[in-house]
Design a protein around this ligand. Sequence first.
Ligand code: MF3
Ligand code: CO
Length: 260
Amino acid sequence: MIYLKTDEEIELMRESNLLVGMTLGEMAKWVAPGITTLKLDKIAEEFIRDHGAEPGFLGYAGYPNSLCISVNEVIVHGIPNSYALREGDIVSIDCGVVKNGFNGDSAYTFCVGEVAPEVKQLLKTTKESLYLGIEHAVEGKRIGDIGHAIQTYCEARGYSVVRELCGHGVGKNLHEEPNVPNYGRPGTGPLLKNGMCIAIEPMINLGARNIVIERDGWTTRTRDRKPSAHFEHTVAIKGGKADILSSFEYIEQVLGDKSI
Ligand code: MF3
Ligand code: CO
């Protein structure tokens, strides 16, 4: 069942997602060679709690940390650990908070120092595909329209789309219906209605689409160990239109002209 949100609930969702955006902005200040992913997780957890909210992922389905931090060939759900970031890495930081009973959920893939041009291009294309998908998150379209836009854009540029993991409805629960695949056929899938809140999160690989889940049960990487990019926004359908509730503005303020 798809939970439709009232305008008041969408404003609460906006508050949660704003804090996610601020937390990712804080992360942008710290991402650099030498910092461990566990240190980033601790900084984010403290930042979230200092702002009167709870980390949304911590304890969810037994997940052990506040952030998912996924380096290079790790697609998503990387568990923070003692790995220290290195020049040339890419790192997806996925952040969730719960505030006033509602979840915020957003992710951004950062460059650590100088990154190979072909990998930078992967990040740029993935981020662009997220916004192309969002253009279809309007009343009267269908879930398949979003996935189709993302898939055709990325595949036309030689990248592959992960199939096993999808975006999702989001609200009082982190994961609600509907599923939001990053592939699909136009005019198929659930109808989009005002009040729906969905997390759109393309996971796009430089090489083949195949995945491997590591033995920790979370860490999901490319089978060919080539890099993967991940960007995520939470979006409400409101007044017929896409209303992006999360924000990359705090990140982009920090990155300035280093932003991709
Ligand atoms: N943004 C991710 C997702 O929607 C993060 C979930 S991690 C979990 O799937 F640990 F909370 F599951
Ligand atoms: Co998500």
